[in-house]
Write a protein that binds this ligand. Structure first.
Ligand code: 3JN
Length: 341
């Protein structure tokens, strides 16, 4: 019989944790036993997996974590910093969805379609980092273009769904839209800094000293690490938009070697994990409503940047909770199992 693994999901009750459980089931990951952990707020809860209700254990009340082979973490950066090394010390390989370990030179930052060879680095600390959602979908689209024409510079603006901020953020948009439809005053924003309904907020995560947000600098730094090329110039503007699921990105890129639109379309269409959807005359291009519920990265609006000799513009859309988080983490676990465990 094929080998099976004891798997844990840490931060199981959050939007990404729940999606991790769903994706493990959908992709028939070889799970022997599934353990779920969350904070004391989730005490007594259960979550469904393969027709069973699995109890959620309180993370902070555990004495140890032995007997776990793979732990998928979606518990926030501070709990990852604290608990990922403890799971690793007890023998698990941790796949962590937070920013806690992404820029640690001893921790591989993996997108399976892009840099699978870097996975072996998990042996350093027993930890593998899952990139930020906006980074993941962008590097999937950039990789085939980089391999062919070598990227010099990337300028990206994002249009990010509220689900990136968790279920409370989704509820905040719903409640503002409901109030607006009833002609009532909108409830005060709690998750976002301003009203998100019928608005766009150029502010995701906190502001840093250089005037960028942390979300923007995650895209800059993580892209260089994953592409293994610090010389690629990257700049980002990240924007929250009133969409529930699916981040979109307008990506402008400059390459050393010219890539024609035809060649770019061919490279993108042939790359694993990408669906090229680029028929403007038929009004076909990627949309968040198409990408939601899907595991692929959708690319379209491929066109030359006519303002420079070797430039392209592309439009990239993916489900932020799936390829941007849970699916990428499970794909990392699949690769780990295939190659190492
Ligand atoms: O807002 C989004 O669309 C993505 C949010 C990601 C996020 C939110 C809070 C903390 C992260 C992340 O994955 O980078 C973190 C974090 O781990 O720092």
């Amino acid at each position: 019989m094929a080998k099976e693994f004891n798997v844990a999901v840490v931060g199981a009750t959050g939007a990404v944790g729940r999606m991790m459980i769903k994706v493990l089931e959908e992709r028939a990951f070889p799970v022997k036993n599934l353990r779920l952990f969350a904070s004391p707020r989730s005490r007594g809860k259960t979550l469904p997996f393969k027709g069973e209700e699995i109890p959620v254990d309180v993370l902070e009340e555990q004495k140890g974590f032995s007997g776990i082979d793979i732990a998928l973490f979606s518990a926030g950066a501070s709990r990852s910093l604290d608990y990922a090394p403890r799971f690793a010390a007890d023998g698990a390989v941790v796949v962590d969805n937070s920013s806690a370990w992404r820029m640690d030179p001893k921790v591989p930052l993996i997108v399976p379609e892009v840099n699978p060879h870097a996975l072996a680095g998990y042996k350093n600390k027993g930890i593998i980092a899952n990139p930020n959602c906006s980074t993941i979908q962008m590097v999937v689209a950039l990789k085939p273009l980089h391999d062919y024409g070598r990227l010099k510079r990337v300028v990206v603006a994002t249009y990010q769904a509220v689900s990136g901020g968790g279920q409370k953020a989704v509820d905040e948009l719903i409640n503002q839209v409901k109030a607006w439809c009833k002609g009532e005053p909108l409830p005060e924003p709690r998750v976002f800094a301003h009203q998100i309904a019928f608005n766009c907020l150029p502010h995701i995560d906190v502001f840093l000293e250089n005037g960028y947000t942390k979300e923007e600098m995650k895209m800059v730094n993580e892209t260089k690490k994953i592409m293994e090329d610090p010389s690629i110039a990257v700049t980002a503007t990240t924007v929250r938009v009133p969409v529930f699921y699916g981040h979109a990105e307008a990506v402008n890129l400059e390459t050393e070697k010219k890539i024609t639109v035809e060649k770019a379309r061919e490279l993108l269409a042939d790359f694993p994990g990408i669906i090229l959807l680029d028929n403007p005359e038929a009004k076909e291009y990627p949309l968040p409503i198409y990408a939601a519920g899907r595991d692929e990265v959708f690319v379209g609006r491929v066109r030359e940047d006519e303002s420079i000799p070797h430039g392209l513009n592309i439009w990239v859309v993916a489900d932020n909770l799936r390829k941007g988080a849970a699916t990428n983490a499970v794909q990392i676990a699949e690769l780990l199992v295939q190659k190492f465990l």
